[in-house]
Write a protein that binds this ligand. Structure first.
Ligand code: HEM
Ligand code: HEM
Length: 200
């Protein structure tokens, strides 16, 4: 199967419509756009969240507000992505990959999707439950607060879930990036190229 730019469109459709896709097939352009868009947002919102939680003052408050808006964008895009994933079959992993590694990869993806939903939701919950709410949103549009119980009994558990799962996300992302680099430079099995919109 060719991998040049001319055949990219047909590979695309093939990857989306066939369960028996070979390891040379790629993710669809929509799946790639959602993967890289969400990855960029996650990797930028983590330092913003950490900065906002670690310091005081106007800059820290602005960082937290931006962190929240990016987080809500992640929640919306992840909902679209899960819908897309459930209706479009991704290309199969390389045939030579050990079954245990294959299962770890698949479990990692499920855990990513769970984290990409629970993290923003717990943050949104905590920000809605605290006694002193700080409005945030996108330009002139405020994100509505969730109709959750107000006070520490409600914000406390959401905060606990949020900050602990945030560090699970950091660890999982580090493992995921190392695995992608291993596929590329040690196994040389073309797994990274499956998620890149360029031909080799
Ligand atoms: C995938 C999305 C998100 C990720 C990966 C994420 C990650 C983080 C991280 C790493 C921290 C710093 C924790 C610490 O250093 O203690 C943090 C703090 C925080 N996040 Fe998020 N977050 C996300 C979405 C959201 C959303 C959508 C909201 C609210 C609408 C939110 C509200 C907050 C708040 C208020 C803090 C500060 C907590 C404190 O002061 O201890 N986050 N988040
Ligand atoms: C925090 C940021 C990231 C998140 C949340 C994330 C999440 C994911 C998820 C959920 C999948 C599975 C797609 C599916 O449903 O089949 C995936 C696949 C993939 N990701 Fe990431 N990713 C991130 C960053 C990266 C980075 C930085 C790289 C490259 C160094 C990368 C390389 C890949 C590759 C190559 C695949 C395809 C693996 C395969 O063919 O099965 N990801 N990623």
């Amino acid at each position: 199967m060719g991998q040049d730019a001319d055949t990219f469109g047909s590979i695309d459709q093939f990857a989306d419509s066939t369960r028996a896709a070979s390891h040379t097939a790629r993710y669809s352009r929509t799946a790639m756009a959602l993967h890289w868009g969400i990855a960029a947002l996650v990797l930028s919102t983590i330092p913003l969240g950490w900065y906002g939680a670690s310091f005081e003052g106007d800059t820290a408050q602005s960082a937290t507000n931006l962190h929240k808006s990016i987080g809500i964008a992640i929640l919306l895009l992840t909902s679209v992505r899960i819908g897309w994933r459930l209706t479009h079959t991704p290309p199969a992993l390389p045939d030579g990959m050990a079954p245990a590694l294959r299962r770890i990869a698949e479990a990692t993806y499920v855990l990513f999707y769970v984290l990409l939903l629970i993290l923003p939701f717990s943050g949104w919950w905590m920000s809605s439950a605290v006694p002193e709410r700080h409005p945030f949103g996108f330009g002139p549009f405020d994100v509505p607060f969730l109709p959750v119980p107000r006070g520490f009994a409600s914000a406390g558990p959401a905060h606990f879930v949020h900050i602990n799962l945030a560090w699970v996300m950091v660890g999982l992302a580090a493992l995921h990036i190392l695995a992608a680099l291993k596929h590329q430079f040690v196994d040389r099995d073309g797994v990274l190229a499956r998620m890149l919109p360029i031909s080799r």
